[in-house]
Unconditional design. Structure first.
Length: 367
C-alpha cells in the first residue's frame, strides 16, 4: 500500500504541475463538466421538509407531545447552510496541503485525489468519471463523498469527525514543516555565530556570517591553529580549524528544545522524517526527493507509528541534529580563510608544512 500511495501521489503531483495537457488537442477539445452541483443536490427537497416540520409543530401533529424531534430537525435545517460552508472550507483547507512543495507522498493518495476533484483539476471532472456529493444527515452532521476511477471505494469525510480533529489540533493531512526555514532560524539562535552575523531587523544571517571566535582552534601561545590545504602547483594556504565537539555541545540544548516543540504535532514529525530527516540527504537533494519518493525505504507509517514511541522520538532528535550540523552549520567551518591578512597569503606548500611541524615541536617542547 505504501508503494501505491507514493506512485499515485507522485503521478497526481506531476500531472497537476505539468503543462503537457496544454498541448493535448484531444483534451482541449473535450467538453469537460466540472459542475458537481454540490449544494444544489444536497439541499434539493429541503424546502418541503422544512414546511412539513413547521406544519407538524403548528398543528401539534408531532411524534410526541413535546415536538422535540421535529424542533431538532428544524434546527438542523436552519443551521445547515452555514455548517455546509464551514465544512467545505475546512475540507479544502485540509486537503490543499497535498499541493505543498514538500508534501509527504507516503500519505494516503485519496487526499490528493479528493483535492483534485474538489478544486477542479484537469482530468478530474464529471466527464472523467469523478464526482463529489454532500449529504445532510439526520443527526445534523454532514458528509462529503468523493468517487471516481482512482478511488477503489467512495472516500467519505464526516463534518463532526473533521471538526473534532481540528479542535484537538490534529490535521486530516499532515503538513511537512519548513525544515529549511527552521534551520536557518536556528543558525542565528544556537549561540555559535559571531555577534555581527545576524541582521537585527530580519533576524536572518548576513552574507558576512561566521562562527564565533571562541570556537576557532588555537595554539598554546594563542595563535591560530591552521590546517594547510594543497591548492595545486606546489602552493598551499591556511584555513581555520574549528572545535566541532565544542560547537555540538553548544548546539545540542537548542536542538533538543526545537525537537520538543515539534513533537507537539507528531504527524508533522513523521512528515519531516519521511521527506527530510530519515534519508539524511543534503539540502539540494531534498528538492529532488520531493519530486521522487521521499524517504521511501525508511519511511514511517502514519497509522502504524503514531503515536510515536520513545525510541523513534530519540532517533528523530539524533538525526535532526545530524541534519542541522551537516547541512547548515558545517558550511561555516569549511575552507574559512584566516582573518589575519598575513596568514591568508598563499605560500610554498612544503615550506609551510615544515614550518607548522616545527611550531608544534617548539610549542610542545619536543626538541
Amino acid at each position: 500500500m505504501e508503494d501505491k500511495n507514493i506512485k499515485i501521489n507522485l503521478f497526481i503531483k506531476q500531472l497537476n504541475k505539468s503543462n503537457a495537457l496544454g498541448y493535448n488537442k484531444q483534451y482541449i477539445a473535450s467538453q469537460a463538466d466540472y459542475n458537481f452541483r454540490l449544494l444544489d443536490n444536497a439541499y434539493e427537497g429541503t424546502g418541503r421538509v422544512y414546511a412539513k416540520l413547521k406544519t407538524a409543530i403548528q398543528n401539534n401533529d408531532c411524534v410526541d407531545a413535546t415536538c422535540y424531534r421535529e424542533n431538532q430537525q428544524l434546527k438542523y435545517l436552519m443551521d445547515a447552510p452555514q455548517k455546509s460552508m464551514d465544512f467545505i472550507s475546512n475540507i479544502g483547507s485540509q486537503l490543499s496541503v497535498t499541493e505543498d512543495n514538500y508534501y509527504d507522498v507516503n500519505q494516503d493518495y485519496k487526499y490528493a485525489v479528493a483535492y483534485s476533484i474538489l478544486s477542479g483539476k484537469p482530468t478530474f471532472s464529471k466527464s472523467d468519471g469523478y464526482n463529489v456529493s454532500l449529504y445532510l444527515n439526520s443527526n445534523g452532521s454532514q458528509e462529503m463523498v468523493f468517487e471516481g476511477p482512482m478511488l477503489e471505494q467512495p472516500f467519505v469525510i464526516n463534518s463532526e469527525s473533521l471538526d473534532a480533529l481540528i479542535a484537538s489540533n490534529t490535521d486530516m493531512v499532515a503538513e511537512t514543516p519548513d525544515i529549511n526555514a527552521d534551520m536557518l532560524r536556528l543558525l542565528s539562535e544556537v549561540g555559535v555565530m559571531a555577534g555581527n552575523s545576524t541582521n537585527p531587523e530580519t533576524g536572518q544571517l548576513t552574507p558576512q556570517a561566521k562562527i564565533a571566535e571562541e570556537f576557532v582552534k588555537k595554539n598554546v601561545d594563542g595563535s591560530y591553529d591552521y590546517e594547510i590545504i594543497d591548492i595545486g602547483n606546489g602552493k598551499g594556504r591556511n584555513i581555520l580549524k574549528f572545535d566541532l565537539d565544542k560547537i555540538e555541545r553548544k548546539v545540542t540544548p537548542f536542538i533538543n528544545a526545537e525537537v520538543a516543540g515539534m513533537l507537539s504535532s507528531e504527524q508533522s514529525v513523521v512528515a519531516a522524517w519521511n521527506v527530510f530527516i530519515g534519508a539524511q540527504t543534503s539540502v539540494s537533494e531534498d528538492d529532488q526527493m520531493a519530486q521522487n519518493a521521499n524517504a521511501g525505504f525508511v519511511a514511517w507509517d502514519y497509522q502504524e507509528d503514531l503515536p510515536l514511541q520513545q525510541d523513534k522520538k530519540d532517533l528523530f532528535m539524533v538525526k535532526y541534529k545530524e541534519y542541522f550540523m551537516n547541512n547548515y552549520l558545517k558550511q561555516f567551518t569549511r575552507n574559512q580563510i584566516p582573518s589575519v591578512q598575513a596568514d591568508a597569503a598563499v605560500f610554498d606548500l612544503e615550506e609551510g608544512k615544515k614550518a607548522k611541524a616545527q611550531k608544534f615541536i617548539d610549542d610542545n617542547k619536543l626538541a
